[in-house]
Design a protein around this ligand. Structure first.
Ligand SMILES: Cc1cc2nc3c(=O)[nH]c(=O)nc-3n(C[C@H](O)[C@H](O)[C@H](O)COP(=O)(O)O)c2cc1C
Length: 276
């Protein structure tokens, strides 16, 4: 099986699925992952539901359309979380840990924040008034070919491109970029942040290291707006924190999350990791 760091590096958004069903043994693995989600760094746990499209269509009368962006997916994960200032961060963290486990099991996924019908998932999850559904993902085997839409270049982004390490991560202040050193455990964890998926591939995560502290920020992009239903760039940060933490766990590096804005720059502060 792939290591966590390997799985983080090979994961890609899969938008076209093979029609082959997921076998019972794998379905049980998925079920276990969804029953035991990780708490996010802000202390909240989402609730998830596994959806088999034909059964859900018949029993709950939901259509589960994705406006043509996702093709032939027969399974989806929907989820919700109590609404608070950082709910999307916890949601992104928790679902990305599941997505990386699914990658290790050989299953494809794609974060979907815009092109799905939230109403369908409200029905399936029986959400309360204080819960929100930030994103969903299809689950299944990758089809041999990309979707027609992808082949025609009609997806919004080229998902394979990432910004350079030294444009995202800094020491002491934003004028002092960190140069990647593969022997450094923390540089490996930051490299896993750099590989993370993000809405419209905007890569809004920035990190400033000061002593043994890693301060995480959002570099806001006007194109990826906040809506009433979700702040997708906070989901992006949650995903990045999951990659950072999984990479540290795998390299046996200890530490803890801490929330205290050091006031060292004017980007939007999210959280700090204190390394031991
Ligand atoms: C929070 C979030 C929301 C996303 N929403 C969509 C979406 O609505 N539709 C879509 O096709 N892709 C969506 N994506 C996938 C991104 O476009 C993709 O992750 C990015 O381009 C990087 O490509 P990769 O995942 O293959 O590495 C979303 C990704 C994230 C993290």
């Amino acid at each position: 099986m792939l290591s966590y760091i390997e799985a983080i590096k090979i994961r890609r958004s899969i938008r076209n699925y093979d029609k082959k069903p997921i076998d019972d043994r794998l379905l049980m693995n998925v079920d276990n992952l969804l029953k035991n989600p990780a708490k996010g760094p802000f202390g909240n746990k989402p609730r998830f539901v596994f959806v088999e499209k034909p059964a859900a269509r018949e029993q709950e009368r939901v259509r589960l359309g994705t406006y043509g962006f996702i093709t032939h997916a027969a399974y989806f994960i929907g989820g919700c979380i109590e609404d608070f200032e950082f709910s999307e961060v916890d949601y992104g963290y928790s679902l990305e840990r599941i997505i990386i486990e699914l990658t290790r099991l050989g299953l494809g996924t794609c974060w979907v924040g815009g092109t799905f019908k939230r109403k369908d998932y409200e029905i399936l999850l029986k959400t309360t008034e204080t819960e929100k559904i930030p994103c969903i993902t299809p689950v299944g085997f990758k089809a041999a070919k990309k979707s027609l839409r992808e082949r025609m270049g009609l997806v919004l982004t080229d998902g394979s491109i990432r910004n350079d390490f030294n444009t995202l991560f800094f020491e002491n202040d934003v004028n002092n970029p960190i140069q990647f050193n593969p022997a450094d455990k923390y540089h490996q964890a930051l490299e896993c942040v750099r590989r993370a998926p993000s809405a419209v591939n905007k890569q809004p995560w920035r990190v400033i290291k000061k002593d043994n502290k890693y301060h995480f920020y959002i570099m806001r992009d006007k194109m990826v707006g906040k809506t009433k239903s979700s702040d997708l760039q906070k989901v992006d940060l949650g995903i990045a924190l999951a990659h950072f933490k999984l990479a540290l766990e795998e390299q046996s590096a200890e530490g803890k999350w801490h929330i205290s804005n050091p006031e060292i720059c004017d980007m939007e502060y999210v959280i700090t990791w204190i390394g031991e």
